[in-house]
Ligand binder design. Structure first.
Ligand SMILES: Cc1ncc(COP(=O)(O)O)c(C=O)c1O
Length: 421
């Protein structure tokens, strides 16, 4: 592995940069938190302890699909709690089977394993890739090929697959068996693969995000993904897409891969799937359906409560035609962001993204930090989050309406005016 970037502070987790370095009493010092306690939410709005209202363009980091305190979700989960909350996977679970059926009908996959988070879903995918490498390809030390600037989570294998050295610092030795190429770069991908396979098959899988999220809202390039898909098919390498942030309607399709016109062999989901409740999923096509009893498991994975949350989320997305809303609001947001870029050309490079996964890219060497913008936004009653080193990320709930999207643009605009004097 040869991933290098500039020496880096490990702070700035999820873009919460620049606030207090000390953790609240009793909590480990794992997050740089903003000086804000959110106590209530409704739709796209949240309130702090003093009753101040904010427009939420963070949505629990691309997670609260239906916004906050959604009536249908509240009702469904209250009913579920009074019926049954958790049973082991030793038994059949009705809600899990209904959810799995829906997921396979709405995707290219034909079976699902449930877990509790994005990192865990990717961890499962990596285990699956290794087993596939051993069993189907006879590779002794299977490699998973990943992209630079990617993000796949914080468990040891997921973080080792993450193409950003700042997340590795202090946790060496990392899990072995990951190699990296430049995202969206056919030549880099081809060279890496040739180098690894010059003496025969070594690569079991390619793991990549259809649009890089934490790495700075970088949409995948269709030509690149077409090329990777073709090579993977030719060489019987699994193409695994990390749809943890991009899935469940966020990009204006159920899945990010749909806007790239390809199908993965395997993909992972979490975040928006539970609309704020912990659930993750590993989804596979038949060629990758190789786990057997005993290979992998999760105590909480696919419990009735989590599955009910996900079922309610997807039913609501369908009932309210939220995918169409994502497309319309995404276009509206993009238009507003482009106008903001035009207004501050010495500070902003471009806006980029798909659907309601948008980013505003700051120029380098400007007297402005992402942290100062996120903080300033609070004064303008707006919750913002960064992505990468220089991108303001906008991932509001999928229910955001036209008027609220205008509010978002206006508040972002006044935030930038506030820091750019
Ligand atoms: C693409 C991607 N994969 C994986 C993860 C990790 O998900 P989790 O925090 O649920 O473990 C994230 C979280 O930001 C993500 O954006």
């Amino acid at each position: 592995m040869e991933l290098v970037d500039a020496p880096h502070s490990k702070c700035g987790t999820f873009g919460f940069v620049g606030s207090s370095p000390t953790a609240p009493t009793g909590l480990m010092n794992t997050y740089k938190r903003l000086p804000l306690t959110i106590v209530r939410g409704q739709g796209v709005w949240v309130w702090d302890e003093k009753g101040k209202r904010y427009l939420d363009s963070v949505a629990g980091i691309a997670t609260c699909t239906l916004g906050h305190s959604n009536k249908k979700l509240r009702k469904a989960l209250t009913n579920q709690l009074s019926q049954i909350q958790h049973v082991s996977n030793l038994y059949r679970i009705k809600e899990q089977e209904i959810l799995a059926n829906w997921l396979v009908q709405q995707s290219c996959a034909n079976s699902v394993f449930f877990c509790n988070s994005g990192a865990e879903a990717n961890e499962s995918a990596i285990k699956l890739a290794r087993k596939y490498g051993h069993k189907k390809k006879g590779i002794q030390n299977p490699i998973v090929l990943c992209a630079k600037d990617s993000f796949h989570g914080r468990t040891l294998a997921a973080v080792s697959a993450t193409g950003q050295p700042k997340y590795h610092l202090g946790f060496e030795p990392l899990v072995q068996g990951f190699e990296f190429f430049k995202y969206n770069d056919i030549q880099s991908f081809q060279e890496k693969l040739e180098q690894l396979e010059k003496n025969g098959p070594q690569v079991a899988a390619v793991l990549v995000e259809p649009i890089q999220g934490e790495g700075g809202i970088k949409p995948g390039n269709k030509e690149f993904f077409k090329f990777v898909r073709e090579i993977c098919t030719q060489k019987e390498i699994l193409l695994i897409l990390d749809e943890v942030q991009s899935g469940i309607g966020r990009t204006g399709n159920w899945w990010g891969y749909q806007s790239l016109n390809i199908e993965p062999d395997v993909f992972t989901s979490a975040k928006g799937l539970g609309g704020g409740h912990a659930i993750g999923a590993l989804l596979v096509k038949e060629n990758a359906n190789i786990f057997e009893p005993g290979d992998h498991a999760s105590t909480f994975g696919g419990n009735p409560f989590a599955c009910k949350a996900a079922l309610t989320v997807i039913k609501e997305i369908e009932r309210r035609n939220l995918i169409k809303n994502v497309i319309d609001r995404g276009n509206q947001l993009q238009h507003g962001l482009n106008q903001i870029v035009d207004e501050f050309p010495s500070y902003l490079n471009e806006s980029r993204g798909i659907g309601l996964m948008q980013g505003l890219v700051l120029k380098e060497n400007i007297p402005l930090t992402l942290a100062s913008i996120v903080k300033e936004a609070l004064k303008h009653n707006l919750l913002l989050i960064g992505a990468g080193e220089n991108v303001i990320r906008l991932v509001p709930p999928l229910i955001i309406n036209k008027r609220q999207t205008n509010h978002l643009i206006e508040r972002l605009h006044s935030t930038l005016r506030g820091v750019i004097q």
